[in-house]
Design a protein around this ligand. Structure first.
Ligand SMILES: Cc1ncc(COP(=O)(O)O)c(C=O)c1O
Length: 441
């Protein structure tokens, strides 16, 4: 079957201009290493690791073999009142790499479910210790926290929020992207820690006794890849401590080696109380997420729960799926053997940074940002010609030219597989440069 005779009507794809897709379908049939292969046989360099998830590169045989074996040994084990050994082993493995003290893992199937789970656990913890009025959340403009109603309410990206019913207990910190003051920063930018003054103002207005948790991505991902200013995360931790507010890091993007450490919390030496993850937890192979929780939070909830009852009435059918966990254990064997969880902090991270910043001579580019194996460029806006942002036409041209990049309004964001080579980074720069020239001249 070819693209022209395939029925494209029945699958309503997420976050997709479906009408545009039907007119110009992009079908990807095969993936290996850092490359995708289209149905018509073209290679496409995947500079987004799928959707920030294929951190091991694509189609790793050991993960496939582990999944196959697990499916044959035991395809499913009910996680309510039962447990599979492989899932306990995987939780133990994850905790080896987690920030110190976050040694409890609640499995989910996605980043969105991890966010909802963290919100519910945070709320339940406040109740369990007699702080029932602590129900409010603080999020941040430009933040992305998934698509369920809790996460939609925390959304700092307007299109993902407007037109949906949302909770009314959320306040927002200001956006961190500050091109006039931080353009072309390498790594963490210098300016902007004062944007946290807003946190203290919100606390003063709402009252600390009414605030449950602050949730932030340590590095903004889907909103355009924005690293925090120096000192920002440390100060956020301090203000939360001073006001008895939980700090939740949403590490769905930054987890599993993206920053040069296993987690951004480890990289920056700032320990949250809860940490949401998903995506690269098993190399993006089988849907899975995991929320890391401080032991004392779990203990407080346990102590308040009636004996003989579940300590929390929450969880999914597929939570901790043995197949997803087997994929995770196999993924971690590769992460460990190939040193991928810290690779971004070594020479390849420097090569990536230099390669990205080599694009600075392109006159349409007004900012370049990077951290670990994350990157972003921002184009000068041109609303008259490109009302939905300059990124979209460049993204489309990139795909034609054999490059999968991600457009966010006037930004292009990048998060290659952690296995990427110098030669592949060179190819990325070549194809991106060409695509920008094709679109913008
Ligand atoms: C920071 C963050 N949180 C949550 C999510 C939601 O994850 P999922 O798409 O797996 O539901 C994402 C997805 O990109 C994310 O980037």
């Amino acid at each position: 079957m070819t693209e022209s005779d395939m029925n494209l009507e029945n699958w309503w794809q997420p976050f997709t201009n479906v009408r545009g897709f039907r007119a110009n379908p992009r079908l990807i049939e095969r993936a290996e290493g850092c490359f995708l292969y289209t149905a018509d046989g073209r290679d496409v360099l995947d500079i987004t690791a799928g959707l920030w998830c294929a951190n091991l590169g694509h189609s790793r045989k050991e993960v496939a073999d582990a999944v196959h074996k697990q499916l044959m040994d035991m395809d499913f084990c009910p996680p309510f009142q039962f447990g599979s050994p492989v899932t306990f082993r995987f939780a133990e493995k994850l905790v080896e790499y987690a920030p110190k003290g976050l040694n409890r893992v609640f499995f989910t199937n996605s980043g969105s479910e991890s966010v909802e789970t963290a919100m519910k656990i945070a709320h339940r913890y406040q109740l369990a210790r007699g702080k029932a009025s602590k129900t409010r959340f603080i999020s941040r403009e430009r933040g992305y926290h998934g698509i369920n109603i809790g996460g939609t309410s925390l959304q700092g990206i307007p299109n993902n929020r407007k037109g949906f019913p949302t909770l009314d207990n959320v306040d927002f910190l200001p956006d961190l992207l500050d091109i006039p003051n931080n353009a072309f920063s390498r790594g963490l930018p210098e300016n902007g820690v004062d944007k946290l003054d807003a946190l203290e103002k919100i606390i003063a207005t709402r009252g600390a006794e009414n605030i449950c948790a602050l949730i932030i991505e340590p590095i903004v991902g889907a909103g355009g890849m924005v690293p925090p200013p120096k000192g920002y995360l440390e100060r956020a931790r301090q203000v939360c401590d001073d006001n008895d507010i939980l700090l939740i890091f949403d590490e769905v993007v930054t987890g599993y080696g993206r920053t040069g450490s296993a987690f951004a919390a480890v990289e920056f030496g700032v320990t949250p109380d809860l940490m949401t993850t998903a995506k690269a937890i098993n190399g993006g192979t089988v849907p899975m997420g995991g929320v890391f929780i401080k032991e004392e939070i779990q203990q407080t909830i346990f102590d308040a729960a009636p004996t003989g009852m579940p300590e929390i009435f929450h969880g999914n059918t597929y939570a901790g799926s043995p197949v997803a966990a087997a994929a995770g254990l196999a993924a971690f064997e590769i992460y460990e053997r190939e040193g991928l969880l810290t690779r971004a902090s070594g020479p390849i991270g420097q090569y990536w940074e230099d390669a990205l910043h080599s694009l600075r001579d392109i006159p349409h580019i007004i900012d370049i940002r990077n951290y670990g194996l994350l990157g972003a460029i921002t184009f000068a806006p041109n609303a008259a010609k490109y009302p939905t942002g300059v990124g979209v036409p460049v993204h489309n041209k990139c795909f034609e030219n054999g490059l999968l990049c991600r457009a966010v309004a006037d930004n292009m964001v990048m998060s290659p597989p952690l296995t990427i080579s110098e030669a592949e980074i060179d190819l990325f720069i070549e194809r991106l440069r060409q695509s920008i020239a094709d679109v913008l001249g």
